[in-house]
Design a protein around this ligand. Structure first.
Ligand code: PGA
Length: 259
């Protein structure tokens, strides 16, 4: 790897609100969270809120002029067209989005999101100027069957197939073991470091500099009590937080712990 791994990666903490919060609830969150960030700072972490589409522009307006960024939770690869219920990269940018979560396991498992679709979505997001936050991770049965690395290799090979090696460092990857999402069961530090170190190696095989620069998050039952330990691991650059990101004080505590 060039430069002996001297690249400093800025930590990133993202709040995945999933299908939670109306506009007024999002506003109430911003009242508390943004004033907390204003007073206490983000300890150098980059902070991203991922509201549902309906609250996206509202939250983006609230965050304008702060360091807090906004990302969507899904996107269609095409620029426009007859795709009822879908939203394009241009629409997300217009609503004030900085990035977009792609390939979350809930979308893969509940809504039939495929690696083939992600192979279109990831480069489309990048080309439009959105930062893709691509989620990968194994089920409990796959982990028990010793397939964790194989699953990640398969997902990343397919989803990133059409991204040039030199651009992989612009992405954010979230390692989210499915058995740890919303279950209260967090991966151990050893499991998180091992999986995320492996993802970095996979990307470095494509482009050494990108492997060093890409930010890789851990997600799955992150809370204020475990955020510092998980995000201090050498290859872990932050967290994608679901349930604990709905409460502004809890999310603030996670941001502080991880910065
Ligand atoms: P959780 O969700 O923090 O509620 O486990 C994480 C995620 O799905 O991104």
């Amino acid at each position: 790897m060039p430069d002996g791994g001297s690249t400093r990666r800025r930590p990133l903490i993202a709040a995945n609100w999933k299908m939670h919060k109306t506009r007024s609830q999002a506003d109430a969150f911003c009242d508390v969270f943004l004033s907390g960030v204003g007073e206490r700072g983000t300890a150098d972490a980059e902070v991203v809120l991922c509201p549902p589409f309906t609250a996206l522009s509202q939250v983006a307006l609230r965050c304008a002029g702060t360091d807090v960024r906004v990302a969507a939770q899904n996107m269609h690869a095409e620029g426009e067209g007859a795709f009822t219920g879908e939203v394009s990269a241009a629409m997300l940018l217009d609503a004030g989005a900085w990035g977009v979560v792609l390939g979350h396991s809930e979308r893969r498992q509940l809504f039939g999101e495929t690696d083939a679709a992600l192979a279109e979505k990831v480069p489309a997001a990048l080309a439009a100027g959105l930062v893709p936050i691509l989620c990968v991770g194994e089920t409990e049965a796959e982990r028990d069957g010793g397939e964790t690395e194989g699953v990640m290799r398969r997902q990343l090979d397919a989803d990133l197939e059409r991204v040039e090696g030199g651009r992989l460092g612009e992405l954010v990857i979230a390692y989210e073991p499915i058995w740890a999402i919303g279950t209260g069961r967090t991966a151990t530090s050893e499991q998180a470091q091992e999986a995320i170190g492996f993802i970095r190696l996979l990307l470095a095989e494509r482009d050494a500099r990108s492997g060093e620069a890409v930010r890789i998050l851990y997600g799955g039952s992150v809370k204020p009590a475990n955020a510092a330990e998980l995000t201090a691991l050498p290859d872990v650059d932050g967290a994608l937080v679901g349930g604990a990101s709905l409460d502004p004080d809890d999310f603030l505590a996670i941001v502080e712990a991880a910065g």
